[in-house]
Design a protein around this ligand. Structure first.
Ligand code: NAD
Length: 510
């Protein structure tokens, strides 16, 4: 398999669509009732057949069989397979990114960045494959040795969201693979074609590697019910689920009911605190990227901004000017910075949130539908700012480019309002005052999984652990020691003496 697509931005999306899909062998998929549409112009890309419960059952069975073999493959050899996967992704970066743009509407540089993130996590995992370190622990008993060892956990169920249609899978897959696990992946029903493309890249890596068992990756096509079936399946000891908090609650309950493990990466409601000492040029740039990049459809999108009252008016004026300049349009066009919302439902959700904000006294700037010329079922919006005058706050995540701007007087109060949100994913402070930066990142500062200084809330690197607290679900993926979630821990004690001393001095002699 070797797609031959190269980007030709002057073509209409529908024409490009056909060519991109053909190059991946993903055209002519017109056999089922799962409609996949491009948000760029509403074109129907495919009608896929969903897997039946029996199909899903069989796929989990194949992944389980693959696990039996894969867990016996030495970890550095597993790493060599992930290195092949990284190579294939490098070769196909531009083509896969084009498909990401086509299916989920990201602008080209963000789509390429998403594929780069896949390559980066593979590289990280290759190194990790020689560093799945355990511990030696001092035993209290003479002539005893105590260890902590990490073993593969089993086939891992991965449920992913539409907005990072390929990277989220790779964060899970690259680590799970070097940890010795097989994968059953249910992508979003809005972006199954990119998942099928990833499965092709995976198959090519497996062909080159030559020793990957059948069933190492199984892709399940389906809607929520398919995800629910995976969550309930006891053969999947770990379910890693990325999506809304509502979905995560259901998955957590289903997995918890069978005492399985879940790794949850759920909704965010991320805030930036802008202090009087902030470098405003830097801050405005970062706020714009965080709030309107990816058309506000990142889990780490900046949704709330707490601005010190002394710089509130200036900040708002600069943001309004920046928002007015933001090019909204076809994400294949080089100058576009804000692409479409994923679908009509997202547009309606945004309009409802703005109507409520206005009703509650907020001053709404922007938010209207634009570029209707691109398609009746394509939803482009001017990003919205909502200026608030009092001590309000916003507790719900609306998955669209809406930035709520609030005033604050005391930093402690701004931090409290940052933390009052039920979600706890990402947060940031813009300041040049060391004390403010340290307070924000201290134990009494931001309660989020990510706390940045002079960087916006989105755009994390793969080297750190990624995830958040409270309604964001508590999971951690990607870098640091996130790999431990994909393994089971075993404490091993060996007695190399000739007596049997018991721990805690217990005596039991027959
Ligand atoms: P969604 O919750 O609608 O769907 C996510 C996935 O869950 C889909 O594959 C869907 O089919 C599946 N699903 C839905 N109900 C299910 C159920 N009951 N059981 C099992 N699976 C089920 O989310 P979305 O609209 O695709 O994505 C947007 C949301 O994802 C936002 O809330 C965003 O913040 C969040 N998100 C979080 C992260 C993170 O890392 N924290 C990353 C990306 C997106």
């Amino acid at each position: 398999m070797r797609p031959t697509f190269s980007a030709a931005p002057a073509e209409p999306a529908a024409t490009q669509a056909v060519r991109i899909l053909q190059s991946w062998g993903l055209d002519g998929l017109d056999t089922g009732d799962l409609e996949v549409r491009s948000p760029i112009d509403g074109t129907r890309l495919a009608r896929l057949a969903c897997d039946s419960p029996e199909d899903i059952d069989a796929k989990v069975g194949r992944a389980q069989a693959a696990f039996e073999t894969w867990r016996q493959t030495p970890a550095p050899v597993r790493g060599a397979f992930v290195r092949e996967l990284a190579e294939v992704l490098r070769e196909l970066k531009s083509e896969l990114a084009a498909l990401v743009t086509l299916e989920c509407g990201k602008i080209r540089s963000e789509a390429e960045g998403e594929v780069q993130e896949m390559i980066d996590i593979c590289d990280f995992a290759v190194g990790l494959s020689r560093q799945l370190h355990g511990l030696t622990i001092a035993s209290e008993r003479p002539q005893h040795k105590m260890f902590e060892t990490w073993h593969p956990i089993g086939p891992v169920g991965v449920i992913s969201a539409f907005n990072f249609p390929v990277a989220v899978w790779s964060w899970n897959a690259a680590l799970a693979l070097v940890c010795g696990d097989s994968i059953v992946w249910k992508p979003s029903e809005k972006t199954p074609l990119t998942a099928l493309a990833c499965a092709r890249a995976f198959a090519e890596a497996a062909r080159r590697f030559g020793r990957a068992p059948e069933g190492l990756l199984e892709v399940v096509i389906g809607r929520a019910e398919a995800g629910a079936q995976l969550a309930a399946d006891r053969r999947l000891p770990l379910i890693s689920a990325t999506g809304s908090t509502a979905m995560g609650r259901k998955v957590a309950q289903a997995v918890g009911a069978r005492l399985g493990r879940s790794l949850l990466e759920l909704g965010g409601n991320n805030a930036i605190v802008l202090t009087p000492s902030a470098d405003l040029d830097l801050a405005v740039q970062a706020i714009a990227f965080g709030a309107i990049g990816t058309a506000g459809q990142r889990c780490t999108t900046t949704r709330r901004l707490f601005v010190h009252e002394t710089v509130y008016d200036e900040t708002l004026a600069r943001l309004e000017a920046a928002y007015g300049r933001a090019p909204v349009g076809d994400p294949f066009e080089a100058q576009t910075l804000v692409g479409p919302l994923i679908d009509r439902q997202a547009f309606e959700g945004m309009q409802a949130a703005l109507a409520k904000a206005a009703q509650d006294g907020g001053r709404v700037v922007g938010g209207e539908r634009v570029r209707e010329d691109l398609g009746a079922e394509a939803y482009y919006v001017r990003p919205a700012l909502v200026a608030h005058s009092g001590a309000e706050n916003v507790f719900e995540e609306t998955f669209a480019p809406i930035l709520h701007v609030f005033r604050y007087r005391d930093l402690e109060d701004a931090i409290r309002r940052n933390n009052d949100a039920p979600q706890g994913l990402s947060s940031a402070i813009f300041t040049t005052d060391l004390r403010e930066a340290e307070l924000f990142t201290s134990a009494t500062g931001s309660d989020c999984g990510i706390a940045n200084v002079n960087i916006g809330t989105s755009g994390a690197e793969i080297g750190g652990a990624f995830g958040g607290e409270k309604d964001t679900g508590g999971g951690r993926e990607s870098g640091s020691d996130a790999w431990k979630a994909y393994m089971r821990r075993q404490t091993q004690t060996t007695n190399y003496g000739r007596t049997l001393p018991l721990a805690q001095g217990v005596r039991f002699e027959l």
